[in-house]
Design a binder for this molecule. Structure first.
Ligand code: CP
Ligand code: NVA
Length: 334
């Protein structure tokens, strides 16, 4: 029997393929209960802290709804209305929150912060996104791929764009552990860190898949099952970087030609938020400055392939629920 009780969820590096599949199965179980309106508030009386040093729509909503569904209360802490970092160290914050809460979610900057929270709080800590990793997103992505194709092993996912940041890193880890071929399709300087690639290649060998890093869009996306992209400039990166990113990554935009090069039933995936039109403030600013009407994905692709993208968004909630449930209690009857 798999037990994750008491564990933190900081990066998928720490979890075996069996444990990751267990979390995906548990999420599918919770999704079914939710659709059938079956209450599953077994963690009644519990409380979780949600620390967000960066903005969020999906992750915050997912933690709040999931905690509520499980019977727990939530406290939201943002950097402006808490002492975190400025007046109080992470260690002290962790020791305080650990006395009051059953679990702590953290979204913010360096991975070392979430690691420190876990070390000093004494309760499970969940990574809601750091610069390096976004592990809860990968669980939602894998559940979505499995729902769509019925399986995971042997599928191929091509990630286009900045493959050395949280999404590229975490997708490469998730794919290599679960047996999906992972293609990073990007200019060389955006390839994931060599040490991480080497570790993932070992996991890929064990699970029977391949890690491919390529600058060639045609080769990298040929017959793949899923084409994945993310914003070109991530939260916390400086505005000055836009110009360079646009120049470097425009050839790696997901267009209809890219989708046609993938297998006929391929899906388009995006963790969201996405810049596919001019209906955002940043989208309009970039349009005024650089003349672009979309960035990492064309509006045509986004609208034509939107269903799995919003399945991914919904699945954030079910998978985050699974992470909290599994790390706070045992014996979920799947
Ligand atoms: N995908 C994701 O993490 O979305 P939010 O930034 O809205 O939480
Ligand atoms: N790479 C993006 C992911 C957003 C979910 C960021 O860090 O902003």
């Amino acid at each position: 029997m798999i037990s994750l009780k008491g564990r933190s969820f900081l990066t998928l590096r720490d979890f075996s393929s069996e444990e990751i599949v267990y979390l995906i199965d548990l999420a599918a179980y919770f999704k079914k209960l939710k659709k059938e309106h079956v209450l599953h508030d077994r963690l009644k009386g519990g409380n979780v802290a949600l620390i967000f040093e960066k903005t969020s729509t999906r992750t915050r909503s997912s933690f709040e709804v999931a905690a509520h569904d499980l019977g727990m209360g939530t406290t939201y802490l943002d950097p402006k209305s808490s002492q975190i970092g400025k007046k109080e160290s992470i260690e002290d914050t962790a020791r305080v929150l650990g006395r009051m809460f059953d679990g702590i979610e953290y979204r913010g900057f360096g991975q070392e912060i979430v690691e420190k929270l876990a070390k000093y709080s004494g309760v499970p800590v969940w990574n809601g996104l750091t610069n390096e990793y976004h592990p809860t997103q990968i669980l939602a992505d894998m559940l979505t791929i499995r729902e769509h194709f019925g399986d995971l092993k042997g599928r191929t996912l091509a990630y286009m764009g900045d493959a050395r940041y949280n999404m590229g890193n975490s997708l490469m880890i998730g794919c290599s552990k679960l047996g999906l071929n992972f293609h990073a399709v990007a200019p060389k300087k955006y390839f994931p860190d060599k040490d991480l690639v080497d570790i993932c290649k070992k996991w890929a060998e064990e699970s029977g898949c391949e890690i491919v890093l390529t600058e060639d869009v045609k080769d990298g996306t040929k017959d793949v099952d899923a084409v994945y992209t993310d914003v070109w400039v991530s939260m916390g990166e400086p505005d000055e970087i836009w110009e360079e990113r646009i120049e470097d990554l425009t050839p790696y935009r997901v267009t209809m030609d890219v989708m046609k090069n993938a297998q006929p039933k391929a899906i388009f995936m995006h963790c969201l938020p996405a810049f596919h039109d001019l209906d955002t403030e940043i989208g309009r600013q970039i349009n005024e400055k650089f003349g672009l009407t979309c960035m990492e994905v064309t509006d045509e692709v986004f609208e034509a392939y939107q269903q799995p993208v919003f399945d991914e968004a919904e699945n954030r909630m079910h998978t985050i629920k699974a992470v909290m449930a599994a790390t706070l209690a045992d014996d979920w009857k799947i």
